[in-house]
Design a protein around this ligand. Structure first.
Ligand SMILES: NC(=O)CC[C@H](N)C(=O)O
Length: 396
């Protein structure tokens, strides 16, 4: 792997006098590089993301809990880091893998070098890795479990690191929502960011929405507020009564990390109850997967997953193609969905189910991230569709 993984453009890690960081995979593969960020170690699933922008939003997306992110784009750090572009205050990704050293920041919003940001968040990073070769490996053999370790003295105990990577159970069957959800119910304040004036106050709300937080990205809450929702966020383990206590006009099911089948153990019965009460429901990513489970469908782990900011998705009702932001490693199995569920969106990369809707109720979801952050805003219309569904159901 090491020889094949070294391209003419990437610094050859074997020529590094002393590697100060390693990626050690469960099969014993060792990738050597230069340590960045915090001097620490983490174990997780290694996945790749192809976005050219938004590394800070990606690192703070709670859906990346349990994962180490291999960035295929080489210029990471070029806009620095700032206190605004975060999707949560509690960083859940476990580290990142880079081809080049962190680029010097050059942006009017930069408040910190990305390396300092990684250190402040106790995240290890490694540079000098042929990230594209690692991506090809993930494409061909699936996402491996591995350890990322940054240690300035370079004295690594490789057999112990291999053993640690092997011992990690992997994301299949893992519930991580309980680690990243809020612990207390709170009211969301604030609308979208605009170039003039930064974060806006949300417009006057029209409807009350309860958002169940399995690891919600903040930009989703901003998009809901911007579309006219008064958003109350409840923890992942909220019961049906905990949700109904707020007398919602609609319910939102958030994105989140881990395996939907494991998280669904406690979340799915609540979602099923809420469907039975005819509440308008909108789910994103993990929320979409658990909605499918609540409707009687099944999910499975994907080989390489979808992570990037330019994934084409076709809206099967209108025939329109949206360019979407994505981050998922599990998918809904089309053949498992019951007759009352229509598949509304499909990936143009691999035909995977990217959206579904009940035919008989105002309940729908998408696998991708319409809030973007980072990514194109083609799919913001879905937040307005949810609000229209609420308006229609209230008018009945
Ligand atoms: N962004 C998400 O909500 C991810 C959902 C789920 N953890 C997956 O990997 O498929």
């Amino acid at each position: 792997m090491t020889a094949a993984a070294t391209s003419a453009h990437a610094p050859n890690p074997d020529e590094t006098p002393t590697a100060t960081a390693l990626i050690v995979l469960a099969d014993g593969t060792v990738l050597k590089g230069r340590g960045l960020g915090a001097e620490t170690k983490a174990v997780g699933e290694i996945c790749f993301n192809t976005s050219m922008t938004g590394y800070q939003e990606i690192m703070t997306d709670p859906s990346y809990a349990g994962q180490i992110i291999n960035f295929t784009f080489p210029h990471i750090g070029n806009v620095g880091a700032n206190p605004e572009d975060v999707e949560t205050q509690m960083v859940a990704a476990r580290g990142c893998i880079l081809n080049l050293d962190i680029t010097e920041p050059s942006n009017w919003r930069s408040a910190q070098h990305f390396d300092a940001w990684l250190k402040a968040n106790n995240l290890p990073a490694i540079a000098g890795i042929d990230t594209r070769a690692l991506t090809r490996r993930i494409r061909d053999a699936g996402a491996p479990n591995g350890v990322i370790v940054h240690q300035a003295d370079g004295l690594f105990d490789i057999p112990a690191l291999v053993a640690e990577a092997k011992a990690w159970p992997g994301l299949d069957g893992m519930d991580l929502a309980k680690d990243v959800t809020c612990h207390q119910t709170y009211h969301w304040e604030g609308g979208l960011w605009r170039i003039a004036g930064g974060y806006q106050a949300a417009p006057k709300p029209r409807f009350k929405v309860v958002a169940i937080d399995y690891g919600a990205k903040q930009n989703i809450l901003r998009c809901l507020a911007d579309a006219g929702c008064d958003v109350t966020v409840v923890p992942a383990t909220a019961t049906t009564d905990d949700v109904l206590r707020h007398q919602p006009d609609g319910v939102f099911l958030s994105n989140g990390p881990g395996d939907p089948a494991a998280t669904g153990q406690y979340a799915v019965p609540v979602i099923r109850d809420l469907i039975a009460r005819d509440l308008p429901i909108f789910g994103i990513c993990l929320g979409h997967q658990m909605l499918a489970l609540a409707l009687g469908g099944k999910t499975r782990k994907m080989g390489l997953g979808h992570r990037g900011a330019n994934h084409p998705v076709k809206d099967l009702e209108t025939g329109k193609v949206e360019i979407t932001s994505q981050n998922h490693g599990f998918e809904v199995m089309a053949e498992s969905l019951p007759a009352d569920v229509a598949i509304t969106h499909r990936s143009l990369f691999d035909d995977c189910v990217e959206g579904l809707a009940m035919k008989s109720k105002p309940v729908f979801s998408v696998q991708y991230h319409p809030e973007a952050s980072p990514g194109p805003q083609d799919s913001h219309y879905l937040f307005h569709r949810f609000v229209e569904n609420i308006a229609k159901s209230k008018a009945k």
